[in-house]
Ligand binder design. Structure first.
Ligand SMILES: *[C@@H]1O[C@H](CO)[C@@H](O)[C@H](O)[C@H]1NC(C)=O
Ligand SMILES: *[C@@H]1O[C@H](CO)[C@@H](O)[C@H](O)[C@H]1NC(C)=O
Ligand SMILES: *[C@@H]1O[C@H](CO)[C@@H](O)[C@H](O)[C@H]1NC(C)=O
Ligand SMILES: *[C@@H]1O[C@H](CO)[C@@H](O)[C@H](O)[C@H]1NC(C)=O
Ligand SMILES: *[C@@H]1O[C@H](CO)[C@@H](O)[C@H](O)[C@H]1NC(C)=O
Length: 320
């Protein structure tokens, strides 16, 4: 973190004069209303592309720049860090009300580079790429361990609880497994505590005796999201069922169904007009060109002169 701040400060004086692409790059403040507005538009857009797993929320604006092309048109480049929330993508709650998955539950984060255009003060997303990862934590005895989505015991817990649930709820509907959101296990006294979170979808059956059941069309089916827990063979499960039409609208690109071994990933690359801004790594914080300056070098004039010297970027960490 300290290193990044340092890079940010050095980048402030060094970047504009040594862009490797010979583009006119102006660095902007991460802690500004414009950065916040661009980040919000990016978050909403990326969440809308995401039809599996959980909604994401903003954790930090890592970099913010504007590139002026020779023809005078501009694009904004934003580097963002998102965190997975506990809200399923179909949950009607707005992201701002969703609880962030804490580190102790093996949080999932995503680093996204976003290209935006701006008109009349409004930003819109042109392209983005995201890399989704599980936060690395120190493993310990008794810690919650994230299991693979195809874990045998976890899948057994899902099947058993869904079967019981279908026998014992008040809706005239039978639900099928849509997909598993996350599986965990934890060593506790007496054995294991396992948890499963999974999405369910309404089928064409109305009773468990109906025989073969197939999921209804996504747009007309009721959806639900279930939490199941097996605490040393004491099994409990509960589901929220969302009304018809709660499925997120399919975004402007085909929905992502990609998943990692243990978690659901955000769309890795969305660049319909092949902007060329995402293929190169030259704008990522890790690789920002840094020129070592000696004390005697003249300092270039800054575009904006802040009263207090704050690091230009990254912006503040919102969650952890
Ligand atoms: C770079 O773009 C800024 C506007 O973003 C403009 O004021 C400046 O003159 C441009 N510099 C060059 C060298 O084109
Ligand atoms: C910017 O957004 C505002 C509010 O949504 C809207 O009224 C305005 O027309 C937009 N401006 C442009 C240039 O799109
Ligand atoms: C889970 O999936 C991985 C990767 O596809 C595979 O290597 C592994 O054998 C699977 N495990 C089970 C229990 O099916
Ligand atoms: C059905 O659910 C109710 C309330 O959760 C519970 O008391 C009852 O034991 C369940 N019945 C069966 C057959 O699982
Ligand atoms: C559900 O749909 C499948 C496939 O169309 C059909 O075979 C099955 O009989 C249907 N079940 C009910 C209860 O209608």
């Amino acid at each position: 973190m300290n290193l990044k701040v340092l890079i940010g400060i050095l980048g402030l004086v060094a970047y504009a004069s040594c862009s490797p692409l010979k583009l006119n790059v102006t660095q902007l403040l991460c802690n500004s209303p414009e950065a916040a507005a661009a980040a919000q538009v990016s978050l909403d857009f990326i969440n809308a592309q995401h039809t599996h797993g959980y909604k994401y929320t903003l954790n930090q604006i890592e970099d913010f720049e504007v590139v002026t092309k020779p023809d005078g048109t501009q694009v904004y480049l934003l580097e963002l860090e998102f965190l997975e929330t506990k809200c399923h993508v179909y949950h009607p709650k707005p992201v701002s009300e969703c609880e962030v998955r804490p580190k102790s539950e093996m949080a999932v984060e995503a680093d996204c580079d976003v290209v935006l255009s701006e008109a009349g003060g409004n930003f819109s997303v042109v392209a983005f790429k995201c890399k989704t990862e599980i936060e690395t934590i120190d493993l310990c005895t008794g810690c919650i361990i994230l299991d693979a989505l195809n874990d045998t015991d976890g899948n057994q817990l899902v099947r058993n609880t869904l079967e019981n649930l279908n026998k014992n709820h008040t809706l005239p509907a039978i639900f099928a497994l849509h997909y598993i959101g996350r599986l965990t296990h934890q060593v506790i006294s007496g054995g294991f505590r396992r948890t499963a979170e999974y999405a369910i979808i309404e089928t064409n059956c109305t009773s468990v005796d109906d025989g073969s059941c197939v999921p209804l069309d996504l747009a007309v089916a009721r959806h639900g999201f279930c939490h199941a827990e097996d605490n040393v063979n004491n099994v409990q499960a509960a589901c929220d069922v969302f009304e018809v039409g709660s499925a997120p609208p399919a975004g402007p690109v085909s929905p992502s169904t990609k998943q990692g071994l243990k978690h659901h990933e955000l769309t890795a690359l969305h660049d319909p007009s092949a902007t060329g801004y995402l293929s190169s790594e030259s704008h990522s914080a890790e690789k920002a060109p840094v020129v070592k300056r000696t004390a005697g070098d003249p300092q270039p004039a800054l575009v904006a002169k802040p009263e207090i010297l704050l690091p230009r970027c990254p912006g503040p960490v919102i969650h952890f």
